[in-house]
Design a protein around this ligand. Sequence first.
Ligand code: GRF
Length: 215
Amino acid sequence: MTALTVPRPMRLAVFASGGGSNLGAIQDAIDADRLDAVEAVVVTDRRGIGAIERAEARGVPVETIAPASYADEGAFAAALLDVLARYEVDVIALAGYLKKIPSPVVQAYAHRILNVHPSLLPAFGGAGMYGERVHRAVLAYGAQFSGATVHLVDDEFDSGPVVLQQTVPVYEEDSPASLAARVLEVEHEIYPLALSLLAEGRLSLDGRLVRISSQ
Ligand code: GRF
């Protein structure tokens, strides 16, 4: 059993590619003293997104690191590692981030990178399964429940150890958008909670099983 320990307060890098509603939920949790963390930096792969506005509104530094700007994955990884070191980051939270984290970063931050995915993994996950595509696939399959998963990030898309999951019902009249909205609500609940459990040192790893200790 490996206890997952991080410094307190943990210095958090949030990686985003979109509106940043999960970043917002994390910020709300910090403000409400439900999450003992410091927003060290917001890292994006593109400009002109809501996540950047949310960061700038709170004076949180933003670093935009576009993979296409680098000759190869190694150079991209080096750029990410440089930013993470410069801001003394302890934990990385992928929040609507669409790029794969290069292996050197996964290794350097082993068991300290989390992601939120809008389905009950391992169902409806993996490469190419993001955003509305996920909910369209859930509806097409006829699943009666969906939900959100927070998991530790490993070298593959959406395959790391599950930290928390929360289900939502799927209704006959659902569209991908209505299901997405229902799932997003539970993402905003379980992501800050998962990060808080990590910050409080209540997570340990038993093989690929995450154990949560009581208070
Ligand atoms: C959402 O679909 C969410 O399920 C996934 O990324 C998308 C955007 O999230 N994690 P956000 O609003 O940018 O946090």
